[in-house]
Design a protein around this ligand. Sequence first.
Ligand SMILES: Nc1ncnc2c1ncn2[C@@H]1O[C@H](COP(=O)(O)OP(=O)(O)OP(=O)(O)O)[C@@H](O)[C@H]1O
Ligand SMILES: [Mg+2]
Length: 215
Amino acid sequence: MIEIKNLEKKFKNELVIKYKDYKFEDNKKYILLGASGCGKSTLLNMISGIISPTRGQVFIDGKEVTSESQHAKDIFRIKNIGYIYQDFKLIEDMSIMDNINVLRIEGVDTSGATELLKKLGMYNKRNKKIKELSGGEKQRVAIVRALVKNPDIILADEPTGNLNFSIGETVIKELTEVSKAKTLIVVSHDERLTKYFDVIINMNDMTSSYEEEAK
Ligand SMILES: Nc1ncnc2c1ncn2[C@@H]1O[C@H](COP(=O)(O)OP(=O)(O)OP(=O)(O)O)[C@@H](O)[C@H]1O
Ligand SMILES: [Mg+2]
């Protein structure tokens, strides 16, 4: 379970985003909707430990992760969290296989890649370079890369934002299927995708932000 408590993030320009307390349950699929700038990416980045909250805590399976050192957070993320980005963050000049095998540097066991690539219909293209792939194919590779370490938690920040609707919908269907028995949190702008999720969260209701007066 991922629990957020009294969570607040203040950015240098004095903007403060406050989050309502919430518990994301194990093995459920969440879609986060909400206006641009309401704090969706910031929440995913705080859950994954990429950034630290200004106040409050994130607990993962009862363990407070926010107070740990950045190094400990990075190690926790590498082991336990799969992260999928809108712009894929793949290495364009390298093959699909090499993009996945790169994770071995971080100590990830990539032996599950073949099965995942087959499930997502990408195995036959495994030696192609990323730059030779379509957007939907790139996102499938990014999904394989996030899932190969068999994490319990998958976070995806607008994974279909760069894809047309029908390809994006297929990618979401596939992502929810391969994420069974995992906690999946997907940020999206597209209300048409909500039917693939267990819980729909409107982040406009979950956050409030205000400008703190500069001192
Ligand atoms: N590094 C930063 N420095 C200053 N302000 C930031 C920073 N990152 C985010 N913000 C501000 O915090 C607010 C929330 O940003 P965030 O990226 O979480 O929004 P979002 O809900 O993901 O929006 P979008 O749907 O456009 O991606 C925005 O007003 C943004 O300008
Ligand atoms: Mg965002």
